[in-house]
Design a protein around this ligand. Structure first.
Ligand code: HAH
Length: 328
């Protein structure tokens, strides 16, 4: 008997998975058994929902929302503002010139109001802004079209527009490399400054694209404590444990070594124990997929290299990591 993860962790946090219109079919049984929270991996991103100005395409996002709600799952909305997967029309006028902040805010408000209102009462929280913080250097913000045109203000406006469109949805700032000290402090500083200006931020999303060794458990703990000290809730939003270190580009494996599989099990064990310790602040733990037959890591950071980041294998069978995590 395979215990449903969502039951095992019921007292602690929701268990989620990122899906597509394809995987809600191909991975349906696993999803229905084990998760009670759903994120669209791609189909709620700007380029999918409003590929041309004023032309909204909701069919596939609707399909995902319908799947979730008819299986007693909640939906995490991902994502309203991001530097990637945003159509170029957003930033240009009819003459092909980069627009100014007023028009940017107008378009931003139109997008957020339309999307957030459509899913009011159906999407319980939104990643309002994704990955706005710079990875390196002294600058707080990543250089992007958004920050070039509007500095910090695009972030503030996004949260204000989202709150206005659905006062009941939880609003999150979401980022990666969130547990490394340097970036952790920048994310902390950003969210702190937003809160000081009464910008409605309810939570921080820790993407948690991690490897077998990094970040260390201690770094993860410190990140959780630091973010929680702001009084916001935390979601683990995109969890996967890559079999490869970020800089390791080897692509000679057709299956993971036994050593990798064991190490991954131990790592998942430690991570979930830690999450449980902090389950008063961590309210949702979402995987960026559910089983090893489909993961974005098959193409990132190395193209066409198989990876095996989840608790279930390519045949949807529980891996050693699953058995560690489910003995709660
Ligand atoms: C995430 N970025 C995004 O939030 C998600 O929307 C996407 O599907 C996959 C991963 C992680 C990331 C990145 O975009 C660039 C460099 C490192 C990590």
């Amino acid at each position: 008997m395979i215990p449903p993860l969502r039951e095992v962790y019921k007292e602690h946090f929701r268990i989620g998975a990122a899906v597509s219109p394809i995987t809600i079919k191909t991975q349906k049984d696993l999803l229905v058994s084990h998760v009670n929270s759903i994120t669209a991996e791609n189909h709620m991103k700007f380029e999918h929902l409003q590929p041309k100005e004023g032309e909204f395409t909701f069919e596939q996002a609707d399909e995902i929302v319908h799947f979730a709600l008819s299986n007693n799952m909640v939906v995490r909305g991902h994502t309203l503002v991001w530097h990637n997967q945003t159509p170029t029309w957003m930033f240009y006028d009819r003459e092909g010139k980069v627009i100014g902040r007023e028009l940017l805010f107008e378009r931003l408000k139109a997008h957020i109001s339309t999307v957030v209102r459509r899913y009011k009462g159906k999407v319980y929280c939104w990643d309002v802004v994704n990955e706005a913080v710079a990875d390196e250097g002294n600058d707080l913000l990543r250089i992007s079209r958004w920050s070039e045109i509007a500095g910090m203000e695009f972030i503030e406006k996004a949260f204000l527009y989202a709150r206005e469109a659905d006062p009941d949805a939880l609003l999150f700032y979401n980022d990666y490399n969130e547990s490394f000290p340097e970036k952790r402090e920048k994310i902390y500083k950003l969210v702190k400054s937003l809160l000081e200006k009464y910008i409605p931020v309810d939570g921080i999303g820790l993407q948690a694209h991690w490897s077998l060794t990094r970040p260390t458990l201690e770094e993860i703990r410190l990140a959780i404590e630091r973010y929680a000290s702001l009084g916001v809730q935390l979601h683990i939003t995109e969890l996967d444990i890559s079999m490869f270190e970020f800089d390791d580009h080897r692509n000679d494996l057709i299956k993971p070594t036994d050593q990798m599989v064991d190490k991954q099990a131990e790592r998942y064990d430690q991570i979930f124990s830690l999450f449980k310790e902090y389950s008063d602040v961590i309210r949702n733990v979402t995987f960026w997929g559910i089983a090893d037959d489909y993961t974005w890591l098959d193409n990132f950071p190395v193209k066409q290299r198989k990876n095996w980041p989840f608790l279930f294998d390519e045949n949807h069978q529980p891996k050693p990591a699953f058995w560690k995590v489910c003995t709660c």
